[in-house]
Design a protein around this ligand. Structure first.
Ligand SMILES: O=C(CO)[C@@H](O)[C@H](O)COP(=O)(O)O
Length: 273
C-alpha cells in the first residue's frame, strides 16, 4: 500500500534494480568504514572499554622451588594471570628472586599463560629485550627506578611495546600522584599501585594508598589499574571501590586450603564494588 513504511519485505514490491539500490544503501548505512557517504556522520562512537576484572596470584607466596607446578595450580584454579616478582637484590636490598631465564623456563611449561612480570630492579629497561624473548606478557616498571622521569618512563614503555609486550607503571606506596607521574602513566597500558612496600609477601594492606587508587581511576578511566600487597577479600573490595580492576594476591591465594574458592571470592569482591 502507498505510504506504507518501507520494510525489508516491502522490497519485494520494488523493481529489481530499485531493490538492489535499496539494499546497497542499507548495507552502506550499516557499514562503519564507508566514510565517503554522507551517512558517515551516523557512525557510532566506539563504546568505552571497561577495564576487565582480573585476579593474579603472586607466586612469591607459593613454593618457589615448584614454580611451574604452583603456576599451573593457580591457573587451573581460575587465575586470570600469574604475577612474577623479579627482585635483583639491589633495588630492594637483599631481596633476590629470579630473572628472565626463569621466566623463559616457566613459559615453556605454560605456553598460553598471561605472565605479569613485576620488575623490582635498578634500571628495569635493560631487561626488556630478554624478558620479551622469555615470553613475558606484561612488564611492570617502577616509576622510582625510571629516574622519576616522564621521558625515561615513556622511552621504556615504547621499547616494551616495540618488543610486543604490554607494560604497566608501578608506583611504590610512598609515591604521590604528581604531574610527572600522571604524564608518565599516559604511555602505559596499566598502572600498578603497590599497597605494601615491595620486598616480601604477607604484609598488611596500606589503606592510605586508597585515595591514590581513586585519583588514578579518575585520571585514567579506561586503563587497567592493579593493586598488589595485603590483598584479601576485604581489601580487594576496598581497592575495587576506589577504582582497581586487577588484584594481585599472594598469601590470600597460596595460603588458602582451596585455591579455586580463594580466587573466586577475590573476583567476587572486585566485581561487587
Ligand atoms: O610484590 C609483592 C611484595 O613485594 C607482592 O606481589 C607480594 O608477593 C604479595 O603478597 P601478599 O601481600 O598478597 O601476601
Amino acid at each position: 500500500m502507498d505510504g506504507d513504511p518501507v520494510t525489508l519485505s516491502s522490497t519485494s514490491r520494488l523493481r529489481p534494480w530499485h531493490r538492489w539500490a535499496f539494499l546497497f544503501c542499507l548495507g552502506a548505512l550499516a557499514h562503519p568504514g564507508l566514510g565517503f557517504l554522507p551517512f558517515g556522520a551516523m557512525e557510532l562512537a566506539p563504546a568505552p572499554v571497561a577495564p576487565q576484572v582480573r585476579v593474579g596470584p603472586s607466586v612469591l607466596a607459593g613454593d618457589l622451588a615448584m614454580l611451574a607446578t604452583e603456576t599451573r595450580r593457580a591457573l587451573r584454579a581460575g587465575a586470570d594471570f600469574v604475577h612474577l616478582d623479579v627482585f635483583d637484590g639491589n633495588w630492594i636490598k637483599g631481596a633476590f628472586t629470579f630473572g628472565p631465564m626463569v621466566v623463559r623456563a616457566l613459559r615453556r611449561h605454560e605456553p598460553k599463560a598471561y605472565l605479569d612480570v613485576h620488575l623490582c630492579v635498578t634500571q628495569p629497561a635493560q631487561y626488556l629485550d630478554e624478558l620479551a624473548k622469555a615470553g613475558a606478557s606484561r612488564v611492570l616498571l617502577h616509576f622510582e627506578a625510571l629516574d622519576r622521569s616522564p621521558a625515561v618512563a615513556k622511552a621504556a614503555a615504547q621499547l616494551a611495546h616495540q618488543l610486543g609486550m604490554e607494560v604497566g607503571l608501578a608506583l611504590a606506596p610512598q609515591t604521590h600522584l604528581d604531574s610527572d607521574v600522571l604524564e608518565a602513566a599516559e604511555s602505559f597500558d596499566a598502572v600498578l599501585a603497590m599497597t605494601v612496600t615491595p620486598g616480601f609477601g604477607g604484609q598488611a594492606f596500606m589503606h592510605e594508598v586508597l585515595p591514590k587508587v581513586h585519583q588514578l581511576r579518575e585520571a585514567f578511566p579506561h586503563k587497567s589499574l592493579e593493586v598488589d600487597g595485603g590483598i584479601t577479600v576485604r581489601t580487594a573490595a576496598l581497592a575495587a571501590a576506589a577504582g582497581a580492576n586487577e588484584a594481585v594476591a599472594g598469601t590470600a591465594v597460596f595460603g588458602a586450603k582451596d585455591l579455586r574458592r580463594a580466587i573466586r571470592d577475590l573476583r567476587k569482591s572486585l566485581e561487587r564494588s
